[in-house]
Design a protein around this ligand. Structure first.
Ligand code: GLC
Length: 802
């Protein structure tokens, strides 16, 4: 079933059927003022922190679903009939009520049409502002005069800490009140505490209206809704009058009513504005929206802001869905994960007050091909979360103070122990950053460690490698510590992780490149020796003829061994054996073939198989989950990105594309009833074949899948791999892509790349003509670029050996 379509020109996803299987969401604003909104206008807002700056309430995982929200009600004053500007919460019958939701880049437009009245509500946070605007256009589509009332409604939290607001009712129910001034409801919180000279304690919220006088208002949720009613039928709307009631100690809300007379064809515009500002500022903000053009200009600014970022990389391939994802939606999701980390969605309630090390370092990769300069600050920040001894801190708090952080094991430290993989993610991220930006001097930049001391980036990286080498087990592979990438796999202090071993191998190859550039010969010879040893162990001890193991336990027992009754084949070691460059051609072919035979499903490859039921060991915590769910054998979506990349690096364009399509949200646009999640964003995982809900996806928006699949598309399928010297171009595409184009901004230059594939190749060597001159190999040296460049890349049709 299909609920909407991609509007490429507008970079919008248009939901034409409002009864989507789940609320389909979008993000507004920035970390200074952020909001999440569904196609039913459900969702919440927050200032800086989803956990501690919560302004609007949202009842997660509740019934009725997806409430509260940014609701606008319309009531016909003649008939008494009323509805909402989004289908829910009133939920008029869909044969009478038409609705469309356009999720765009940081804005959402929801329109309705019912009984001769149409509405269009634009929701956005203007660029650089710390409040949100709901711009309503309401129009009489009929040929007789209509009298209507419009109600805008926001349910405030009573405490900006989400958890307190939800559970500490003996306190939070008694600390706020609301009042009304001219065109706005004000909510005051702990009113007589912490006041500055102006009488403000910085916690005043307002909900105001511009564009029409307020005819009545309400500041009390219960008064608005009425006893034993809900947002579907609030008593104040039914009655057509909000009663001008404040809240004193109970649940605060902001509700504003405007009565409008609409001549045939007449349209009116109102703006509701919501934010955390003292009254005088609220007054000023609201007055700006008396000018009807103000919001329109702000909307244009927002669109320009995104266009300027996304236009830096765009593709035109024969596959429209691929284009939608790479050009707009996957890219946008990468920005959202980069900006919001795992802070706030309909699944994450906002309680994680910091940046997960691996998650964030991975997220950065998703935007590097667009805005390397924007990534730099965050890369620095992550390095400052690395300890003097080279490990990454599992979580870097928002109030991180490099040089003063308590470490795992020290008194006062209150998060997880070290994990084996965190700092190793820095290597591909830094290499990609340098490739995109050309800023090789970044390696010399001095950055403090989390606990004490400082060093240049090169030394930070050396210590990360050393940390892994010093924490190795009986076979010389890195130990698993608290977990590796897989949060549920605890190999322990002595048990070894094959996935981390491949990461370490990759890290050493990247560091070797840097060491050679810097002529650091001691490091070069040490790394050559260590990589040789590691590679030998991986291939001698961990290779089983058709697969690599997942790990070796302290007892010497193998995890992911062919004879295990359960979990005898794991996806990540196979893809990473290729990505790291550790597997030779034959093993790489073999391992990937085993994956295809054993793990692939119509929704991608499962993370391992069979799922644990009876034979899990102590550290295999995925057994907590049902088979085919999450880490226990689902199609874990992030891992699809690595598989696509691995197949691409092998030149297996058809396979890479097959996996891409299986996991691409856009590909399932017409199977939304199965996938359920937004068809324009990746989720964390998809239920595997042993679940009765095979194909159902979960944990929308904030997931490492976004960046990993993005990297797989850009560096893998499209084969655009910038290095310090220039851009290496090595596409690996389905053999029926006969021609496609890529437009890329690269260090201030423009590249217009046409890839020709007359013989239906799926990878292999290419011939490149740069501005008419044939290059000797597949590297386009930066020094040879003009400001504008025409590149013709010809795939000559050499098939991979398989
Ligand atoms: C989740 C976590 C991520 C972890 C993955 C696998 O996506 O956010 O950090 O690597 O699960 O366990």
């Amino acid at each position: 079933m299909k609920y909407g379509y991609f509007d490429e020109a507008g970079r919008e996803y248009v939901i034409t059927r409002p009864d989507t299987p789940e609320p389909w969401a979008n993000y507004l604003g920035s970390p200074e003022y952020g909001a999440i909104i569904s196609n039913q206008a459900g969702g919440y807002s927050f200032v800086r922190s989803g956990a501690n700056g919560r302004l609007l309430r949202y009842r997660f995982n509740s019934v009725p679903a997806d409430q509260a929200g940014r609701y606008i009600y319309v009531r016909d004053r003649e008939s008494g009939d009323y509805w909402s500007g989004s289908w829910q919460p009133v939920g008029k019958p869909l044969d009478l009520y038409r609705s469309e939701c356009r999720h765009g880049l940081s804005y959402t437009v929801i329109s309705s049409s019912y009984s001769g009245i149409s509405t269009e509500t634009l929701y956005l946070v203007p660029l650089g502002k710390t409040y949100e605007v709901w711009r309503l256009k309401i129009r009489n589509e009929g040929d007789r005069k209509r009298t209507v009332s419009v109600f805008g409604c926001a349910e405030f939290t009573n405490d900006s800490n989400y958890e307190q607001d939800a559970v500490n009712l003996q306190y939070t129910q008694f600390v706020t009140r609301t009042c009304f001034h001219r065109n706005r409801v004000l909510q005051l919180h702990n009113e007589f505490c912490r006041r500055n000279a102006d009488g403000s304690n910085g916690e005043e919220r307002f909900f105001g209206l511009s564009g029409a006088p307020v005819s009545s208002w309400c500041g009390d949720r219960e008064e608005f809704i009425g006893p034993y009613r809900s947002y579907e039928n609030p008593i104040a709307v039914e009655r057509g009058d909000c009663g001008n009631v404040p809240n004193y100690g109970g649940n605060s809300a902001g509700v504003l009513q405007a009565d409008l007379d609409l001549e045939p064809g007449e349209e009116r515009q109102l703006c509701f504005v919501l934010g955390v500002h003292p009254d005088a500022e609220a007054e000023k903000i609201l007055s700006e929206y008396e000018d009807p053009h103000c919001i329109e200009t702000q909307w244009e600014e927002l669109k320009d802001f995104w266009e300027e970022k996304l236009c830096r990389f765009s593709v035109h391939t024969p596959d429209e869905n691929f284009n939608h994802m790479v050009n707009t939606w996957n890219a946008y999701q990468c920005f959202i994960t980069f900006i919001w980390s795992r802070a706030a969605s309909f699944t994450y309630c906002g309680l994680r007050n910091g940046l997960g090390f691996r998650d964030t370092v991975q997220d950065i990769q998703g935007i590097l091909h667009l805005v390397p300069e924007m990534a730099l600050e965050r890369i620095r920040f992550m390095f400052s979360g690395q300890t003097f001894f080279g490990a990454g801190l599992p979580l870097i708090g928002f109030h991180h103070e490099p040089g003063h952080v308590k470490l795992p094991g020290e008194p006062g430290y209150d998060y997880d122990p070290y994990r084996a993989d965190d700092a190793l993610w820095l290597f591909p991220t830094v290499a990609q950053y340098i490739g995109e930006s050309g800023n090789i001097r970044f390696l010399d930049e001095v950055i403090p460690f989390a606990d004490h001391g400082e060093a240049d980036v090169y030394e930070h990286l050396r210590r990360a490698v050393r940390f892994s080498l010093e924490h190795s087990g009986a076979h010389g592979l890195p130990v698993g510590l608290y977990a590796d990438w897989n949060d549920c796999l605890r190999m322990g202090e002595q048990g070894e992780s094959v996935f981390v071993a491949f990461q370490l191998y990759q890290a050493m190859q990247i560091l070797l490149d840097f060491a050679r550039i810097r002529n650091d010969l001691d490091t070069v010879s040490e790394l050559e020796e260590q990589s040789r040893k590691l590679r030998k162990t991986l291939n001698d001890v961990c290779w089983q003829g058709d697969r690599y193991l997942r790990g070796i336990r302290e007892s010497g027992e193998m995890v992911g061994s062919r004879d295990d009754p359960e979990a005898n084949l794991w996806l990540n070691p196979q893809s990473w054996s290729v990505i790291s460059g550790c597997a030779d051609e034959e093993r790489a072919q073999n391992a990937l073939e085993t994956v295809h035979l054993r793990l692939n499903t119509e929704y991608g490859a499962v993370i391992m198989d069979p799922p644990y039921r009876e034979h899990a060991f102590d550290g295999a915590r995925m057994q907590l989950f049902l088979p085919s769910i999450k880490e226990n054998g689902s199609v874990f979506s992030q891992a699809q990105g690595w598989l696509i990349l691995a197949e691409s690096l092998m030149g297996h364009g058809n396979r890479a594309y097959e996996y891409y399509r299986e996991c691409s949200p856009a590909e399932q646009n017409d199977r939304a009833e199965i996938r359920r999640l937004e068809p324009y964003v990746h989720g964390q995982f998809v239920e595997g074949p042993q679940s009765p809900h095979k194909g159902r996806a979960h944990v929308h928006w904030l997931t490492g899948t976004a960046s990993t699949v993005m990297v797989a598309c850009v560096r893998g399928i499209l084969g655009i791999r910038p290095t310090a010297e220039g851009v290496l171009i090595q596409p690996s595409v389905p053999s029926d892509w006969k021609e496609f184009t890529i437009d890329k901004f690269y260090r201030g230059k423009r590249l217009h790349i046409t890839v020709k594939n007359p013989n239906g190749a799926q990878g292999g060597p290419v011939r490149i003509a740069l501005n008419g001159e044939t290059l000797p190999d597949s590297l386009v040296p930066f020094g040879q670029l003009e400001n504008e460049n025409e590149l013709v890349v010809t795939m000559p049709g050499v098939e991979p050996t398989k």
